[in-house]
Write a protein that binds this ligand. Structure first.
Ligand code: MN
Length: 203
């Protein structure tokens, strides 16, 4: 049987954590990041590579798989995409607030930066079960908060993600046990708004 796709190398590669494992402590501990990045995220990527070998998905980018796949392939692809996006938004020395066009869009859409944070925190605390909470842009510059269950992805809703909270228990249970709202509150100061502004600019 002729194979046109080279699957000897993993098609989708896990991105390394863009800071040291202990860089976000104590808000997010080294132990949490080692489990979250190396076991959960890399696990989704490894499973995805197994699932897509010798299928038409093997020729697609990760985002194209998220846009088009269903079932187990979607679940693992979206979890891979979501985690890469999540780890990429933090910094041990973050720009602590949005500026420029993003700050203006937040004010226009929510009234104020604090009102946006309150709405997103509330959505994160109240999402039942596992999932993600997102700050998204709808294509016209309007921002809103979106909750997705399990591996759910804004790109499946035609929305552009700017920022997310992972509210699966594995994201916070080592450090905060069942106190999800405390974990979210501690996470806000780690968000590097310079990175979020870059996401907002590149559309
Ligand atoms: Mn996670």
């Amino acid at each position: 049987m002729l194979m046109t796709t080279d699957v000897t190398a993993a098609r989708i590669e896990a991105k390394p954590l863009p800071y040291a494992y202990d860089a976000l402590a104590p808000a997010i501990s080294e132990e949490t990041l080692r489990y979250h990045h190396d076991k959960h995220y890399e696990g989704y990527v490894a499973k995805l590579n197994e699932l897509i070998a010798y299928t038409p998905y093997a020729d697609l980018s990760l985002e194209e798989i998220v846009r088009t796949a269903d079932g187990t392939v979607f679940n693992n692809a979206a979890q891979a995409w979501n985690h890469e996006f999540y780890f990429g938004q933090f910094s041990p020395q973050p720009q602590d607030a949005p500026t420029g066009p993003l700050a203006e869009a937040i004010d226009r859409s929510f009234g104020s930066f604090d009102a946006m944070k309150a709405e997103m925190s509330k959505a994160a605390a109240s999402l039942f079960g596992s999932g993600w909470v997102w700050l998204v842009e709808d294509g016209t510059g309007k921002l809103s908060i979106l909750s997705t269950r399990n591996a759910g992805s804004p790109v499946r809703h035609g929305l552009r993600p700017l920022l997310c909270f992972d509210v699966w228990e594995h994201a916070y249970y080592i450090d905060y046990r069942n106190r999800r709202a405390d974990a979210i509150a501690a996470t806000w100061p780690l968000i590097d708004w310079k990175k979020v502004e870059e996401r907002y600019r590149t559309r």
